[in-house]
Design a protein around this ligand. Structure first.
Ligand SMILES: Cc1ncc(COP(=O)(O)O)c(C=O)c1O
Ligand SMILES: N[C@@H](CCCC[NH3+])C(=O)O
Length: 434
């Protein structure tokens, strides 16, 4: 079977016993750990971390925890020298438990609680990205109370359309995130932050959206943010020394998708900022980026078992698997498209008409792969693998229909180990008060 390398985890191979990742047969994983399960290629994850670090040498790479975080992933980030972008006390706690120092953490969110802000200050989080006037005042009070000053970035919406799904677009003017550049709101937030006694404003932040496939949008944003740095220097005499361009780099979900490579994007963006700074007469800032999907997404497949196959003359064929909406909300939320492949055996049979792979949940929108090319001898009990499942799958998994969430199994050098265990029905019921 052909395995497009840009779509599957780096160590995936296909043989007579089906697919193998990290030297472990997916059929062995299904037998030992059950399905549905997320199978994560640890070498691929670590290699992607290194590739981002190398591409942004001299700048900061904060992995966006929301894409997928667990204790082991946090330890890999630490090993590979990446920082972490967290947006909740839970993500911060995971980072802390793994021994990630505050100096490697950036804290996000449009409505961080007082307790979260206090924990961030107490843990010595390097940067808090402020997102509202309420928060500027609140964080300043918290820091002042503790006799310290918190370094902050102001989040700016630079009015750049990222050409991605509307629900994951965040850099246009009218957003719940950030302060709009076009309306003067960002300038006012900068003045407020500069005047807040408990804060030290060190730079700006913008995040244009997610699953972005075009480099020019990052360049446009860079130009506008450098313009705002120059305005700040002129108006306040303050030289901002940090510029965080967020995350958002897209990945391949389908064979024809052509994502950007960070090794190409990084020099383009760095050069653009340098030129914009020279033109505007401000010093080159230290940059930061916050990749989530581009690191975690391609490293993981979801492994399912086929439970039923429904063929109705004149209508499409429905292949039902043992997961669905509870482990992957993306098709329902963003019309996201995926592929699937037979995982547990090889077959000489060709593919005929595309079939729809659906989940087991009580929603007609519970689609896993709308139009899958699968062999004509596909049978109940077969294993299917869906690539590009590493970002915003396990982290957005849910218990709809009281479905326990799948485990994450990391594979490497011929060995498999559980890094997030499977939920049990008892786990799902444990919050019920009787
Ligand atoms: C502030 C911020 N940074 C980084 C990310 C990570 O985005 P992605 O996973 O698309 O790289 C997100 C999510 O879109 C975000 O909101
Ligand atoms: N959850 C989204 C990404 C959102 C990123 C958060 N700002 C997705 O699956 O594509």
């Amino acid at each position: 079977m052909h395995i497009p390398p840009h779509l599957w985890p780096a160590t995936t191979t296909s043989g007579t016993d089906g697919l193998e990742i990290g030297g472990v047969l997916l059929s062995d994983i299904a037998e030992e750990f059950g399905t549905p399960a997320f199978v994560l290629d640890e070498d691929d994850f670590r290699a992607r971390c290194r590739s981002w670090r190398a591409a942004f040498t001299g700048h900061d790479v904060f992995y966006a925890a929301k894409a997928f975080l667990c204790h082991q992933v946090a330890t890999w980030l630490k090993d590979e020298g990446l920082g972490i972008d967290v947006c909740s006390a839970g993500e911060l706690r995971t980072a802390r438990r793994a021994g990630i120092p505050g100096s490697s953490v950036i804290f996000h969110g449009n409505n961080k609680s007082v307790a979260e802000l206090a924990e961030a200050v107490d843990h010595g989080v390097s940067l808090v990205v402020v997102d509202s006037h309420d928060e500027i005042a609140r964080l300043s009070d918290i820091a002042t109370h503790r006799g310290t000053r918190q370094q902050v970035l102001v989040r700016v919406t630079p009015g750049v359309e990222a050409h991605t799904h509307a629900h994951i677009t965040t850099g246009t003017d009218d957003q719940k995130f950030g302060f709009s550049l076009a309306t003067g709101s960002a300038h006012r937030a900068i003045s407020h932050a500069l005047g807040a006694p408990g804060l030290e404003l060190v730079g700006l932040h913008s995040h244009l959206g997610s699953q972005i496939l075009r480099p020019d949008v990052f360049e446009t944003a860079a130009d506008r943010l450098v313009g705002l740095m120059a305005d700040t220097a002129r108006t306040h005499g303050t030289l901002l020394r940090r510029l965080d361009l967020g995350g958002g780099l897209g990945i391949a979900y389908l064979p024809d998708d052509e994502p950007l490579d960070v090794r190409d994007l990084a020099p383009t963006v760095i050069d653009r900022v340098r030129k914009a700074c020279a033109w505007a007469g401000v010093p080159m800032p230290r940059l930061a980026v916050e990749p989530g999907r581009a690191i975690a997404g391609p490293t993981t497949v979801t492994l399912y078992t086929v439970g039923t196959i429904k063929r109705q003359p004149g209508l499409r064929t429905w292949v039902s698997v043992d997961g669905g909406l509870s482990d992957n909300m993306r098709p329902a939320l963003y019309d996201a498209s995926y592929t699937a492949a037979l995982a547990g055996r090889a077959t000489a049979r060709s593919t005929d008409e595309p079939v729809t792979v659906c989940g087991r949940h009580c929603e007609s929108g519970d689609i896993v792969v709308d139009s899958a090319r699968l062999p004509s001898d596909l049978a109940v009990g077969d294993l299917l693998a869906v690539p590009a499942s590493g970002a915003y799958h396990r982290s957005m998994a849910n218990n709809y229909n009281s479905q326990p969430r799948p485990p994450v199994v990391a594979v490497r050098d011929g060995a498999a180990r559980v890094i997030v265990r499977r939920e049990t029905i008892d786990d799902v019921l444990r919050l019920d008060v009787r």
